[in-house]
Write a protein that binds this ligand. Sequence first.
Ligand code: PLP
Length: 423
Amino acid sequence: MSIHQPGLEYAIQQDDLDELSDYRSKFHIPKDKNGNELIYLCGNSLGLQPKATKGYIDQELSDWANLGVEGHTEAKNPWLPYHEFLTENMAKLVGAKPIEVVVMNTLTANLHFMMVSFYQPTKTRYKILIESDAFPSDKYAVESQLRHHGFDDKEDLILWHPQNNEELLHYEDLEAILEEHGDEIALIMIGGVNYYTGQFFDLKRITQLGHENGCMVGFDCAHGTGNVILNLHDSGADFAVWCTYKYMNSGPGSLGACFVHERHANNTSLNRFTGWWSHNKQTRFNMRHEFDVLSGAEGWQLSNPPILSMAAIKASLDIFNEVGIDKLNKKSKKLTGYFEFLLNQISDESIRIITPSNPKERGCQLSIQVKNANKNLHDKLTKSGVISDWREPDVIRCAPVPLYNSFEDVYKMVEKLKNILDE
Ligand SMILES: Cc1ncc(COP(=O)(O)O)c(C=O)c1O
């Protein structure tokens, strides 16, 4: 028997009981042209703007206006060490030690910089393994790394496929691949939460399997950070990368971040691409010619970073730090479980949730396959005031985000979907 009940009354009751419900008022909720709030279920693509963000950015704009270059040291939050103000809260959010985390660059760029260090092919061990439905940018990135090192981007890229006509991946298949090709694979690079299906992988298990076979293991946690409990340090992964514009609500195209496991973070002899921001902070401005790399994940930075983007990340991290990922995760499981319950009540055969039903194997996103549908259905949903996203050929991805979505949002979305299917 489900713990949930149908009907709007139940949704309203759950919102009243929700200890995090006030956080919704800390976000700008987009409205339609009549001024009604839209049902925004697209935080897996672009998170909403916290109302506090403007103040954080205004602070930096006014320090820049009033101080000019002096702001590097004299701003309220001095710009020279600005990234350090983000490290502790970011590390907490992804389950890492501060030495293992740095906010820098953007996601795909960081993936390449990590591969410079952790994809070190030899004559016998040079292949890369990814999930067959990896996010295209990740696939393009690893293909270009293979080509860059003189390998074949098709033959030397191994894909972890689902079994016949399924969408979700099975660990036995990964084990079988590693049994056959383990000694040829230099790097395993997996999306921690798959962008399409919403499947949350067991990072520790994949890392252990990879390491037993002598492979480096990295994760793209774009869909995991701020959504699920990652425990990156304990997973043992060699590296991870993510962005901050999805569940981290830090604005379109905002900076990404990297995790480098402690056992590598202080290895200053690791191959890497460098710039002046990878140089020892104490002597950086002596402008010496000898390079002296910083220890920790910071040693992978290249450039002085964009402070305005970091200000938005700081605003977001302060919210996450106040709430705590454990409380968010608890609400998330309940809210997504409720969403699943309502979708499963729809008697229409054409609807199928492809995201795992086990709450431990997913975050807040549910990917709804609509058989024989075209984008028309998604367009109708958008017109009805539901913002979700469509992935070809037939999947609508919806993410009820525990920070700002309500049980009522979820209820109304399913009602609108039912009405469209009934048409
Ligand atoms: C899993 C994943 N990888 C890579 C990217 C590309 O990110 P960026 O454009 O920030 O490099 C995205 C963007 O949504 C993503 O979801």
